[in-house]
Design a protein around this ligand. Structure first.
Ligand SMILES: Cc1cc2nc3c(=O)[nH]c(=O)nc-3n(C[C@H](O)[C@H](O)[C@H](O)COP(=O)(O)OP(=O)(O)OC[C@H]3O[C@@H](n4cnc5c(N)ncnc54)[C@H](O)[C@@H]3O)c2cc1C
Length: 377
C-alpha cells in the first residue's frame, strides 16, 4: 500500500497545479487521474484565454493575481511566456448598448484600460465585424492568449521534479477513515493511505465527495461547444469578439490559422465525456454570419467540454467544514485556466493552514467567498 501526505484527485489544470504547489511546500503528493491521459476532460478543451473582465469578483481577483505567471512564468519550469497579447471586443448589437455600458461600469475599477467604443471604431479594429450590426462595444486591450498545454506541462514537470507521483487509470472509488488518516482505493486494486485528500475532480467533484462522506456543494456541469472554421487567411492578431447578448451569445477568435467559434452555450448536464451540441452550433453559425462577414458554410473539428459551477459562480477552495482531511478545489467554471496559478497557491495555503498569499489579498479578495462552508445549508 502506497503512503502519501496528500492525494490529489483529478489530473486537469486544477489538480496538477495544486499538486505542484503542495509538493513545492514539502508535501509527499500523489495525483490520481481516472483517464489514461491527463487533461483529457475540460482542461484539454478550453478556448485558452485570460480575460480580466470575466467572472464575478472573486474570479476576477484570482485572475488578476495570476496575470504575471502567464507573462513571466517561473524559469525553473518554463522557457517562454505562457501568454500572448489579445484584444477582446465585447460587442452589443442594436438595443444592447446599455448592456455594454453596464459591463463597463462593472469592470472599470479592475480593468481601467477598458473603454466603450462606437460601431465605426469596432469595425476599424475588427474589419470582419459588420458595422451596421454593432451598437457599441467594450474594448479590453490587455487580455491574453494562453498556452494551456505548456501551463499544464510546467506544473507536471515541477511536481515530478519534487518527487511527486502521478497515476493515470486510477479512478478513486472507495475511502475509509482509519484513525487520523484515509485509506483510499482506486481502479484495478490500487490502495493508498494519506493524511489529506484534495478533490479536484471538475464535473465529478460532488461524486468524489460522496466517496469520502462529504456533502455535495451543488456542482453544475454546463456544456460548452466549440467549432473551427477554415479560411484562406486569418489575421493571427485579430481581436477576439464576444457578444454581450445573453439570449444569443457567441464568440470568435483566431486560432492556429483558423477561426475558433463558440455558441457560448451553458447547458446544464451531468458529468460525462462531453459532445458538442449541434443545435447550439447551428444557432451560432446564424448569428455569427449576421454579425460578421465570415460567411460560414461548413465547420471543422467540433468539440465540447463541461464548465462546472456552483450557485454563486465562485470557485470552491479549502478544507471541508465537516469532513477532516478532505479539501475542495473545484467549481472552476469557465476560468480554471486564467485564475489557475493564483487559485493553486491559495488552495495549497488554505490546506496547510497558512494565510492567504499577500498578492492575492492585495486584490481585495475575501477568502470567505470561496470556502466550501459558505455553501452548507
Ligand atoms: C469550451 C470551453 C472553453 C473554455 N475556455 C476557457 C478560457 O478561455 N479560459 C479559462 O480560464 N477557462 C476556460 N474554460 C474553463 C476551463 O477549461 C476549466 O475551468 C478548467 O479546465 C477546469 O479544470 P479542472 O481541472 O477543474 O477540470 P478537468 O480538466 O475536467 O479535470 C478534472 C479531472 O478529474 C478527473 N476525475 C474525475 N473523477 C475522478 C475520480 N473519481 N478519480 C480520479 N480522477 C477523476 C477527470 O477525469 C478529469 O481529468 C473553458 C472551458 C470550456 C469547456
Amino acid at each position: 500500500m502506497d503512503d502519501f501526505d496528500v492525494l490529489v484527485i483529478g489530473g486537469g489544470i486544477a489538480g496538477m497545479s495544486i499538486a505542484y504547489e503542495l509538493s513545492a511546500a514539502g508535501q509527499r503528493v500523489c495525483l490520481l487521474e481516472m483517464e489514461s491521459t491527463l487533461a483529457y476532460h475540460t482542461t484539454g478543451r478550453s478556448a485558452a484565454t485570460w480575460i480580466g473582465t470575466y467572472g464575478n469578483g472573486p474570479v476576477r481577483a484570482l485572475t488578476a493575481a495570476s496575470h504575471d505567471y502567464f507573462l513571466r512564468p517561473p524559469a525553473d519550469r518554463y522557457e517562454e511566456p505562457l501568454g500572448k497579447p489579445l484584444v477582446v471586443l465585447h460587442v452589443g448589437s442594436h438595443g444592447l448598448g446599455d448592456a455594454v455600458d453596464r459591463l463597463h461600469d462593472d469592470v472599470a475599477g479592475l480593468t481601467p484600460e477598458a473603454r466603450v467604443i462606437d460601431a465605426a471604431e469596432a469595425h476599424r479594429l475588427l474589419p470582419l465585424l459588420r458595422e451596421e450590426w454593432v451598437e457599441s462595444a467594450l474594448v479590453e486591450p490587455g487580455a491574453l492568449e494562453v498556452d494551456v498545454a505548456l501551463l499544464h506541462q510546467g506544473y507536471r514537470r515541477g511536481l515530478r521534479g519534487r518527487g511527486g507521483e502521478i497515476r493515470t487509470l486510477a479512478r478513486v472509488d472507495g475511502a475509509e477513515r482509519v484513525g487520523e488518516r484515509w485509506r483510499v482505493s482506486a481502479s484495478i486494486g490500487q490502495e493508498f493511505t494519506t493524511s489529506y485528500v484534495v478533490n479536484a475532480a471538475g464535473a465529478w467533484a460532488d461524486q468524489v465527495a460522496a466517496v469520502f462522506g462529504a456533502a455535495p456543494v451543488g456542482i453544475e456541469p454546463r456544456l460548452r461547444s466549440v467549432f473551427m472554421v477554415g479560411a484562406d487567411h486569418v489575421d493571427p492578431h485579430m481581436p477576439m469578439v464576444l457578444s454581450v447578448d445573453p439570449d444569443n451569445p457567441f464568440y470568435v477568435k483566431a486560432d492556429s490559422g483558423q477561426y475558433l467559434c463558440s455558441p457560448a452555450d451553458a447547458t446544464l448536464t451531468t458529468p460525462h465525456d462531453a459532445k458538442h451540441d449541434e443545435l447550439e452550433i447551428a444557432r451560432a453559425i446564424d448569428v455569427i454570419n449576421e454579425a460578421t462577414t465570415l460567411g460560414i458554410r461548413g465547420i471543422r473539428t467540433p468539440w465540447a467540454g463541461l464548465r462546472s459551477f456552483v450557485a454563486d459562480g465562485s470557485p470552491v477552495i479549502g478544507p471541508d467544514p465537516l469532513v477532516p482531511g478532505f479539501a475542495w478545489f473545484a467549481g472552476q467554471g469557465g476560468y480554471g485556466i486564467q485564475m489557475g496559478p493564483a487559485a493553486a497557491r491559495l488552495g495549497a495555503a488554505l490546506l496547510l493552514g497558512r494565510d492567504v498569499p499577500e498578492d492575492i489579498a492585495a486584490t481585495g479578495f475575501a477568502v470567505e467567498s470561496v470556502l466550501p462552508g459558505r455553501l452548507a445549508d
